[in-house]
Every structure is written in structure tokens, then in C-alpha cells.
Design a protein around this ligand. Structure first.
Ligand code: SF4
Length: 207
């Protein structure tokens, strides 16, 4: 671990409040899949809840579904998803070892960044997912996911390369796979981040 610090905000309370509202992930999916709380419901093809191991100690969180994810209703299934699979495989994990989801559950048109009111509308679903999954580690992919969840405006340079203690989770931030496809030079730093994730997992979770 290179550095730790602690941040606390109202999300902790939001997640605790979410814990009792749903029986399990299936119940949450059933109650959220027809959500129309924001304008993205009008343009989506599919709601993208997320998928993976409901007992996972690691939750991988991206920004929002892209075109392929919107078409299939599954997270990280396009080119970015294939790269994410390779990144996980490189540190000895498969999709079955983690749970993968996004901050926003419906695709923003033309893959634009989610708007503030869309994030506000959608965050309760992610808070409920985290409350039910109760992971130890969050791997946040990209600046939008990190700034949204950590409620800050820090740069990737400040966010990555360390373990952030936040709301009871150990949080590691790295580049979004889509950014790595555009800028392969960042793969080295991503590799450093995910090796830190593996090492932290082995030392503290899977002892
Ligand atoms: S993006 Fe989130 S809040 Fe908006 S409609 Fe989809 S699930 Fe509901």
C-alpha cells in the first residue's frame, strides 16, 4: 500500500439506509429495472444493472453503459469490456470473482458524460447494490466514476496509485479501459494499480 487516507461523506449513510430496503440483489434488480427517474430512460435500449458474483469482495465500478452494453443489457461487453477481462485475468481474477456495474445504469446518448441530475437520480441504485454486496474493495474505473463516488474533483494523477479509505471501503482508482484503448501509454500505470489491488486483496482479504 503506498498511501492511505480517510474521507467520509453522506454516501455512507445513504448506503446504510439502502441495506434494509431490498431483500437481495434479485429483488433490487426487479424493483429498479423499469426505473424512469431520469431522461436516460427515454433513450436507453436496456437498463444495465450489473453482474457478477453476489459474494464478491471486489466491486468494479465504471461510468455508464456504452452502445454494446445498452444493446445487450450487460456491463462492459464491448471493446472496453474485453480489455477489462484481460486486466482482471492478468491479476488472476475472472468476472466470476468480482461484481461489475456502473454509476449510471442507462446509456447517455452518444456516450456523453452523465449529467449531475442523472447521477443524483441513479446513485440510490448503486448505493443499494453496495449495501447488499458489502464488498471490501472498490475498483473505480476512470475519473467520472471516481469523482462521483468520492465526491471530489481530483485529477487521475491525484486519485490513482494509492488506496483510499472511503465509507468503509478500500478504494483503488485506475484508468477506464476505454481511456486505455485511446491512450495505450497509460496501460503501465493501470498495471501498477491492479497489481496493488491484487496484493492488497491477498494481504487483507484472502489471507
Ligand atoms: S439512468 Fe438510472 S435513474 Fe436514470 S432512468 Fe436509468 S436507472 Fe433510472
Amino acid at each position: 500500500m503506498q498511501e492511505s487516507f480517510f474521507e467520509e461523506n453522506s454516501s455512507a449513510n445513504a448506503q446504510k439506509e439502502s441495506a434494509g430496503a431490498f431483500r437481495d440483489l434479485n429483488d433490487l434488480y426487479e424493483q429498479s429495472k423499469n426505473c424512469r427517474k431520469c431522461r436516460l430512460a427515454d433513450t436507453r435500449t436496456n437498463y444495465v444493472f450489473g453482474e457478477g458474483n453476489s459474494e464478491a469482495k471486489i466491486v468494479v465500478i465504471g461510468e455508464a453503459p456504452g452502445a454494446e452494453e445498452d444493446a445487450q443489457g450487460r456491463p462492459f461487453v464491448g471493446r472496453s469490456g474485453k480489455l477489462l477481462d484481460k486486466i482482471l485475468e492478468a491479476i488472476g481474477f475472472s468476472r466470476d470473482d468480482v461484481f461489475i456495474c456502473n454509476i449510471i445504469k442507462c446509456r447517455p446518448p452518444a456516450n456523453r458524460n452523465p449529467l449531475a441530475d442523472e447521477i443524483t437520480c441513479c446513485m440510490p441504485w448503486l448505493n443499494a447494490q453496495l449495501a447488499l454486496l458489502d464488498p471490501a474493495v472498490l475498483l473505480l474505473l476512470g475519473k467520472v466514476a471516481a469523482n462521483t463516488l468520492l465526491d471530489n474533483k481530483q485529477s487521475m494523477g491525484n486519485l490513482r496509485g494509492k488506496i483510499i479509505r472511503w465509507n468503509g471501503y478500500d478504494v483503488i482508482v485506475t484508468y477506464h479501459p476505454a481511456a486505455l484503448l485511446r491512450n495505450p501509454n497509460w496501460k503501465r500505470q493501470c498495471w501498477d494499480d491492479v497489481r496493488m489491488l491484487r496484493s492488497h486483496y491477498d494481504k487483507t482479504i484472502h489471507k
